[in-house]
Design a protein around this ligand. Structure first.
Ligand code: HEC
Length: 234
């Protein structure tokens, strides 16, 4: 009887020591993720990561993160896996649509000023009324237009431009030119209408040409909304 008891006590301590050693290196780490481009992306990223490495995905926060970037939170044993390891594997995982994921390191740009060339473009494009016949903002019900524009923005634009307009939406990934913080246009007058309408209609680099997708009326609603976007830090 005594023998059994001491065996039990000993094995208890043994397991206690072993489990402590196993969990001693358990850490949690956060990664900002680029390349979540389809509704299937988050699931694909999580399961591929857990399959390839001994890590536990705790959370993939797509919406309410501080910077606008999706944040992946993982738990792992630092004696078995390293942070660099995890980052490397994330870079090797392929989204179901064939795109690669990437850990984002860039700083969040805030308050990018309007460039000289854009200042000039605004001036020039303001005069191109023949090319775009209805360049004068035709909308008269401004308040209703702004709320229609907000809905259009959330549905079509926020995935790249971010809900706040900061340029860091969930799918913003590998752009040649990163979009400006849209609050650069806050409260600007009719002189910027030509430029904004032209940009939204035609797109540029990674900015889709919405002239093909949204009606002219929708695009003006969007312009009216964009002009109400404020720098959230102010
Ligand atoms: C697929 C990603 C993507 C989507 C979706 C998108 N944009 Fe863009 N947008 C961009 C990128 C990238 C740029 C910067 C392009 C450049 O400067 O060459 C940009 C630039 C802009 C600019 C010019 C900003 C400036 O200050 O010069 C405006 C205005 C704009 N987008 C409005 C919209 C609106 C409105 C929508 C929704 C209808 C939208 N965008 C949807 C990626 C996107």
């Amino acid at each position: 009887m005594k023998k059994v008891l001491s065996f039990l006590i000993l094995s208890f301590f043994f397991f206690y020591a072993v489990s402590n050693a196993v969990f001693a290196g358990t850490v949690e780490e956060e990664f900002k993720i680029e390349g979540l481009i389809s509704p299937a992306s988050p699931k694909a990223l999580k399961s591929a990561l857990e399959k390839k490495l001994e890590v536990k995905v705790i959370d993939l926060n797509l919406k309410s993160t501080k910077t606008g970037w999706p944040v992946l939170r993982v738990q792992f044993d630092s004696m078995v896996v390293s942070k660099e390891n995890i980052e490397k594997v994330i870079g090797e995982i392929e989204d179901p649509a064939g795109h690669k994921f990437k850990v984002h390191h860039g700083p969040l740009l805030a308050n990018a000023p309007i460039l000289d060339e854009e200042q000039k473009a605004i001036a020039i494009l303001g005069d191109t009324a023949e090319v775009f016949p209805n360049m004068k903002n035709p909308i008269t019900d401004k308040v209703a237009s702004v709320s229609r524009g907000e809905k259009l923005f959330v549905d079509n634009c926020a995935k790249c431009h971010g809900l706040s307009g900061n340029g860091y939406g969930t799918v913003a990934h590998g752009f040649t030119t990163w979009p400006r913080q849209l609050w650069a246009w806050n409260n600007t007058g009719p002189e910027t209408d030509g430029y904004l309408f032209w940009f939204i209609t035609n797109g540029r680099s990674d900015m889709p040409p919405w002239g093909l997708i949204l009606s002219e009326y929708n695009r003006w609603d969007l312009i009216n909304y964009i002009k109400t976007i404020k720098n959230p830090g102010e």
